[in-house]
Design a protein. Sequence first.
Length: 296
Amino acid sequence: MSHYIVTGGAGFIGSNLVQSLEEGGHSVLVLDNLSTGSVDNLADCPPLALRKSRAGSIPEWDSPPDGIFHLGIPSSPYLYREDRKYCAIAIQDWIDILEYAKKWSTKVVFASTSSLYNGVPKPFYEDRIIEVKDFYTEVRLHMERLGKLYYDFYGVKNIALRLFGVFGEHEEAKKEFANVVTQMMWAKREDKPFEIWGKGNQTRDLVYVKDVVRAFRIAMDSLLEYGIYNVGNGVEWSFNKMAKTVGCKVEFISNPMQNYVERTKAHTSLARDKLGFSPIYRVEEQILRLSRGQEG
């Protein structure tokens, strides 16, 4: 049995990861400020240690954890645009985690984002030159750079996963920040039209949350000490196709957002060949299953 720390462990992806770890017989300490997470997301987990705190506030123990999964980072560009304090909090928490990992020689796997590729030609290779488009992507890129520095200077093992359009169970607490396909399901449940900006031709590379959990666990268990990897399917889903699959009503409005991400498509060969990760869940099957569940 191994012992892990999961920051953001009461959130959407984090709670799915916690459940997977505990089902595998591991013990978990969850750190979460519950801003976009909920203890309800952990209802299916056996009794566990949950500490309401910032991600970087790791308690001292007699023995170090076997690994740290860092997902306790606000994941909406809107939050950073409206309140710059999220930039400082995210960076300081990350430095605190890296310092902790340096002290205990602990490996870290952390969530980065496909939003870094905004404005970059498709498909999105990990070695593309990133052009920062907003405060959110600046923070995530800075985290990746700090991870590289801590590895080069101090040997801190860390792997960044650039997550694409993650959807699945436990998104409710994210509310308006949930994945677009999930929000379409909610709109269908309430018999309301879903607002699509533009003509619905914009795309997202969708990936089911249990595949993302697999990616985190594979990265932690791998012998790799450092790296940046895409976690996606490499397939574009237009908003129109999502709405048709879900079966929701739509309403088209003009796009009010500056630097809006029009299309995403992961290049997946590096994750497959070096990390050993490939998705196994079919996106359409999971959308249809979850959509039927919303109807029930």
